[in-house]
Design a protein around this ligand. Structure first.
Ligand code: 0RA
Length: 366
């Protein structure tokens, strides 16, 4: 047995007691039971569909808030597997919905976020819901199961036939757990727009039946569209954002940059779709890379005559989005929104300096 296996076993022991443990100490799993924790329930379910999209099997996700504050998240992915789980001896779907950290592939996906508040698993959402219903379309059939406070109250049943595939989860947050179950449509809408920018080509539909709000987010341009959106009311210094996406050593680095004529700086960063508000190694690498490229280009072309620009000189008017995807992100800091993986810094710095340098050579200053 290797070290990782041992670690996994220790974790498994810790989560014994499952549903009851989650209901007793919900904050351990979702941060807190305020409106923030409440919204994490939705993000957790949506993240699963985003993972399915990132794996290339899904291009449409829809989220609906109903009048009783229950929420439906549905996607057109492959559908959660319903076959009998070998050791648990019940459908994989039921295992995923009721056992912490269950699901095999489900939580071992390369880009699955393992730290912070995300990636706790849909079983946590189930445990903290007054009720939850799941519908899976797979293998020509529509499957359904209902749970209350995390426990199955029906068995997995075939309720119809279908020619499509997908997963639909509807849950009502438990009022005994949360301070409030009133969702905030603008918080949700903002996050879904962001997710659509970060995942080019994935259509995200958001509907709030309490307010008759219906929105559709789909950005074929991904991060390029994101930067254009951030600069929408600004005069930009060059028409098309500098954009690059590179995969090195199992890490995907994606960046879009465009300067405007203002003095402020807007640099947003993400690791596995999590907004790293406290920054981290990807941001340090990005800043280092831009600074290095501008200095090198300036010196080679006699713009800087032996002076060099410091980090702050490159900030005025800088608008950028940096998104990295990696297998085992380490989230640190006060709010667990600071990326800690040290190898990311030099990886991002190298790629950024090379790309920015080439951009400057191909787009000489007018
Ligand atoms: C594991 C395996 C397979 C699908 C999924 C997970 C899956 C999970 C979710 C959660 C929300 N939407 C989802 N869509 C898919 C499929 C494995 C196979 O078909 O071979």
């Amino acid at each position: 047995m290797d070290i990782n296996q041992q670690k996994y076993d220790a974790t498994t022991i810790q989560v014994l007691g499952g549903i009851e443990a989650v209901r007793k100490r919900p904050a351990m799993y979702i941060g807190d039971t305020s409106i923030l924790g409440l919204h994490h329930l939705v993000y957790e379910v949506v993240d699963n569909s985003i993972d399915e999209a990132m794996a290339g099997f899904c291009n449409e996700i829809s989220i609906t808030v109903h009048t009783d504050n229950s929420v439906t998240v549905s996607d057109n992915g492959r559908g959660i597997p319903v076959d009998i789980h070998k050791t648990e001896n019940r459908p994989a779907l039921e295992v995923i919905m009721t056992v912490l950290h269950a699901g095999g592939k489900f939580d071992k996906k390369a880009y699955r976020v393992s730290g912070g508040l995300h990636g706790v698993g849909v079983s946590v959402v189930n445990a903290l819901s007054e009720w939850l219903e799941v519908e899976v379309k797979r293998d020509g059939e529509v499957f359904h199961q209902r749970y209350e406070k995390g426990k199955p109250v029906t068995s997995l049943t075939v309720i119809g036939k279908t020619k499509t595939t997908g997963t639909k989860v509807t849950f009502k947050p438990d009022e005994d757990i949360f301070e409030t179950i009133e969702f905030d449509d603008s918080i949700l809408s903002g996050r879904f727009r962001e997710l659509a920018f970060l995942n080019a080509g994935v259509k995200i539909l958001f509907e709030d039946e309490r307010k008759n709000i219906k929105e559709e987010f789909l950005f074929e341009g991904g991060l390029i569209s994101f930067v254009e959106y951030l600069n929408r009311n600004k005069k930009v210094l060059f028409p098309k954002p500098l954009y690059f996406k590179k995969a090195e050593e199992d890490v995907e680095v994606e960046v879009a940059v465009q300067y405007n004529d203002g003095y402020n700086e807007t640099v947003l960063s993400f690791a596995n779709n999590v907004n790293t508000k406290e920054g981290g190694t990807h941001i340090t690498g990005f800043r280092g890379g831009i600074t290095r490229a501008i200095n090198e280009y300036g010196k080679n072309n006699g713009f800087l005559d032996d002076k060099s620009l410091a980090g702050e000189d490159i900030r005025e008017g800088l608008v950028a989005v940096v998104s990295v995807k990696l297998a085992e992100p380490q989230f640190e800091g006060q709010t667990k929104t600071k990326l800690g993986n040290s190898k990311i810094r030099f990886l991002v710095e190298g790629i950024t300096s090379q790309q920015v340098f080439t951009f400057l050579e191909e787009n000489p200053e007018p």
